[in-house]
Design a protein around this ligand. Structure first.
Ligand SMILES: [Zn+2]
Length: 893
């Protein structure tokens, strides 16, 4: 699976993007108590159940319709039980209705508590047993289970499943744990104009009367249930093939005109070429379908041979930038990597979740670097995965990459920048350390050895260690079982313009005092004459493996004395860098003269990290950026700068600058962004990037007037079409500043854009208005009337309710906002808790920070998804207080 937006541009709330050792065994003994009444599944119970069930396959018959609120099904579980049971066997099934249960053809008494079905030991004998369950289940509207979506534009209904980690049992009763892999034989009755899609390609389709058809599918390979799919609806279908594998792409009818199938298929074919060769194992499933679906709560999901993608994240109603196209190519490759790593070989339990996600994250980029049109893949890895990892690893809620997961509720709360970004970065380091081909061989051996089964981290590391002929235990302990990011600093001495000594010093944060071994490349830069004038050129590189507190780099002796020394050149390592004073000075003088865009990108990032760490005053950075950023031509650096400026703009409202100084800085940023928008080459990605920034930082009447004219076609930006999504961006902006006929703009836009996306934009446009009654109304909707809204609508509101300049409104609403925390947590709904958490901003004053502390102190048992965010916001707010202090001292000085 993939998170929704690796490099989110919208910064309303200053949201910072955010063991195989666990084999105790004893708790899994037969003597344990019966399963506790309640949602979810514990690791102990799953282990016990795995010991009872030697084998299981399912035959599943489902009937779905267009206008129903629920669907019906019959599942036959053909199981082999290991031994006589000593306690009831439970079958996971959340929120449905059980009509009948029979065992070996005989109707059998059962218990059902809304979470699982219980069968008493006396009804089950060892050996092969057939359990049949007839059931009904309501469709879901929260993007999990079997989700039902009714298209507001044409009334068509679309269904899709989404199960990870523990929602497959909202679709059918079964043993919902990843190490009970099963074969599935499926048949489905559905409306005649619908497609039905699952892991296998259909065997036959028959008429079933009353305008319905009966779809029959052959038995699948052994797979885990969280990646079993069943999608249905009148999807538009495009077909293609890759290396003999039939490909299909599907989307809703009203979305279809915006889909560019040629891109999807090209990226898919390229990734298949890459992976079949890289893994050395043929794709294991007979066809490959990709569906673009609405209301999706994450980026994409690797259902076996029927992957789902978030339509808001990957389909735009206008031209995509190259970065957006690359993001699509990356997610296609990421999900495809899972077909081998995750689907063919699967973790035993959810503690292994990170490994498949980290692996697919790294592989997604590796595939593009190996076989695609993109030549800036690792810059994008740095901007996305790497940065989210550094950010998450420096928060109080950081955790080791590998950690115990006690139950399925915890499995979900650990999807974060560590799971994807740090794991991916650490895996990216391994080929440098071991050798690229050795790493590849180890991966291939692992997949071969555990195909169609389950495996653990220990199995994976053993396969790599074997291929490398190295003991990787220490590496595993340091990197995977310890949180925290180290910092390195290079210092050197020169004589006669040559290096005489060079040392790498490594430090660790006090909470996690681990020093690690890692391979980096030192880049030595000096000003040289070039055709276009003097250029800060990389004159030498030194690959070196450092370890411990101090590593002498003898290889560097005799090399040219650096003007800038970049200790993590080309970003091989997962480490923070403290530049030496000479490099900082040269960087300030010559940032635009540095030849490598990747190096400029890392150095600009390094500079802005210094602002967030309260090492450089915000206003000083703004001054530096506004003086230097206009000369930048590389799109990735421009993307980073545009983001930094938006974040800086947001912080300006919080760090307590004198009003005049603050307004001058806000004005300077707005004017700068506007100039870049006007000056960018027609049709360029820079133009699109600056347009997005403009809709975030614009605030003056002139800018609002310009936005209005753009909307009405009275002003034009050559090369930039104001497509439907950009129209909404402008409308949200005008509502944010209550400019002109802002209400009327929303109403009239909804008349000709009747899409789902339009409804969400309209909600954002309302929620963002700086009006106390709007805030009250929406807070009530979100906390107390959430049943009236879809999750995507709640998110459209929470993401817009408190933009940074509305601090006073936030303060006025904060008692209500924090007061609802226990109620929201008590819903037990992880997705709702995550959506609610989006409301909480980074604040910078003591009383505001105190609200976080009080709420956390008074509610020690909050849902992890909410608690983590509150803890992170408090910490980010404390950092903001430090920024404010530095800023104050600087202004006074
Ligand atoms: Zn994934």
């Amino acid at each position: 699976m993939s998170p929704p937006h690796p490099f989110a541009a919208v910064l309303y709330t200053l949201t910072i993007l955010a063991a195989c050792g666990h084999e105790t065994g004893s708790a899994a003994a037969d003597s344990a108590d019966d399963r506790a009444d309640g949602p979810g599944l514990t690791v102990e119970y799953a282990k016990w159940r795995k010991q009872q069930i030697v084998d299981v396959d399912y035959t599943l018959s489902v009937s779905v319709g267009k206008n129903d609120e629920s669907f019906s099904g019959v599942v036959v579980a053909n199981t082999t039980l290991a031994k006589p049971l000593t306690r009831p066997l439970t079958i996971d099934f959340t929120g449905g209705e059980v009509i009948e249960v029979s065992v070996d053809g005989e109707e059998t008494p059962f218990g059902y508590n809304g979470f699982f079905i219980s069968l008493a030991p006396g009804h089950l004998n060892p050996g092969s047993t057939e359990i049949t369950i007839r059931y009904r289940q309501p469709y879901s509207t929260d993007g999990s289970g079997l989700h039902r979506f009714e298209d507001p534009e044409d009334g068509n209904v679309y269904l899709y499943t989404h199960f990870e980690p523990y929602k497959a049992n909202r679709f059918f009763p079964h043993f919902d744990q990843p190490d009970l892999k099963a074969r599935y034989t499926v048949d489905v009755i559905a409306p005649a104009d619908w497609q039905v899609i699952t892991t296998a390609h259909e065997e036959k389709i028959e008429r079933a009367g009353a305008g319905r058809r009966h779809w029959r599918f052959p038995q699948t390979e052994k797979i885990s249930s969280y990646i079993f799919p069943l999608h249905a609806g009148p999807y538009v279908v495009w077909e293609n093939e890759a290396d003999g594998i039939p490909l299909r792409l599907m989307a809703r009818k009203t979305l279809a005109p915006s889909v560019k199938p040629e891109d999807w298929f090209a990226f898919t074919r390229q990734s298949f070429d890459f992976f079949q060769d890289y893994f050395g194992i043929d794709y294991a499933f007979a066809k490959y379908d990709q569906l673009i679906v609405p209301d999706f709560t994450i980026g994409a999901m690797e259902n076996v041979a029927a992957v789902t993608f978030n339509e808001d994240a990957y389909v735009s109603r206008g031209d995509k930038t190259q970065a957006e196209r690359q993001r699509l190519a990356t997610v296609i490759a990421h999900e495809m990597a899972h077909m081998w790593f995750g689907n063919l070989v699967t973790m035993r339990w959810w503690n292994g979740l990170w490994l498949k996600e980290s692996f697919a994250t790294y592989m997604g980029y590796l595939a593009l670097a190996g076989n695609s049109e993109f030549d800036d893949v690792w810059e994008n890895f740095y901007l996305g995965a790497k940065r989210s990892a550094y950010a998450a690893d420096e928060l109080v809620t950081t955790h080791s990459i590998e950690l115990p997961v006690e139950n399925t509720a915890e499995a979900f709360s650990n999807f974060d920048g560590i799971t994807y970004g740090k794991g991916g970065s650490v895996l990216k380091q391994l080929p440098y350390l071991l050798g690229a081909d050795i790493f590849r061989q180890g991966v291939s051996n692992y997949l071969e050895r555990y195909a169609y089964g389950n495996a653990t981290l220990r199995d994976f590391m053993a396969s790599l260690g074997e291929a490398a002929d190295q003991d990787l235990d220490q590496w595993t302990r340091d990197w995977l079982y310890q949180p925290g990011v180290n910092t390195i600093k290079a210092s050197y001495q020169c004589d006669d313009d040559s290096i005489t000594s060079l040392i790498i010093e490594q430090t660790a944060p006090a909470e996690y005092p681990v020093l690690r071994r890692q391979r980096v490349q030192l880049g030595i830069y000096r000003m040289q004459d070039a055709v276009a004038g003097p250029e800060m050129t990389r004159v030498a590189t030194v690959p070196v493996t450092y370890r411990g507190a101090r590593t002498e780099v003898e290889k560097a002796t005799g090399l040219p004395c650096p003007q800038i020394l970049n200790p993590n050149d080309e970003d091989w390592a997962y480490v923070k860098v403290e530049l030496d004073p000479q490099s900082v000075e040269q960087l300030a003088l010559h940032i635009n003269a540095i030849e490598s865009p990747f190096t400029r990108l890392m150095l600009w990032q390094n500079l802005f990290d210094g602002v967030l760490a309260a090492k450089m005053p915000l206003s000083e950075w703004i001054g530096f950026a506004l003086n230097n950023a206009a000369a930048e031509r590389d799109i990735n650096v421009i993307r980073a700068l545009s983001n930094h400026l938006q974040t800086a703009n947001a912080y300006l409202h919080r760090v307590g600058l004198p009003a005049q100084e603050r307004d001058d800085a806000l004005h300077a940023i707005e004017q700068f962004v506007w100039r870049q928008l006007d000056g960018a080459a027609a049709g360029s990605d820079a133009q699109k990037t600056w347009f997005n920034a403009f809709t975030e930082v614009a605030r003056t009447r002139d800018a609002m007037d310009y936005a209005t004219r753009l909307l009405h076609g009275d002003a034009k930006i050559e090369g930039l079409s104001i497509d439907q999504d950009r129209r909404w961006q402008l409308i949200v902006l005008l509502n944010r500043h209550l400019y002109g006929d802002y209400e009327e703009l929303v109403a009239s836009e909804l008349l000709h854009d009747k899409s789902e996306r339009a409804r969400n934009f309209a909600i954002s446009a309302e929620a963002v208005r700086p009006q106390a009654e709007v805030k009250r109304e929406w807070l009530d909707n979100i906390a107390a009337r959430r049943d009236r809204y879809k999750l995507s609508q709640i998110k459209a509101a929470t993401g817009a309710l408190f933009p940074p300049e509305q601090l006073a409104l936030y303060r006025a609403a904060s008692a209500r906002l924090f007061g609802a925390v226990p109620t929201v947590s008590a819903t037990g709904d992880t997705l709702h808790n995550k959506a609610y958490a989006m409301l909480f901003p980074v604040v910078c004053s003591k009383p505001d920070i105190g609200m976080y502390t009080r709420t956390l102190d008074q509610n020690p048992e909050l849902m992890p998804a909410l608690e983590r965010v509150l803890k992170n916001r408090r910490q980010q707010s404390q950092r903001c207080a430090a920024m404010a202090k530095l800023q104050k001292n600087n202004s006074a000085g």
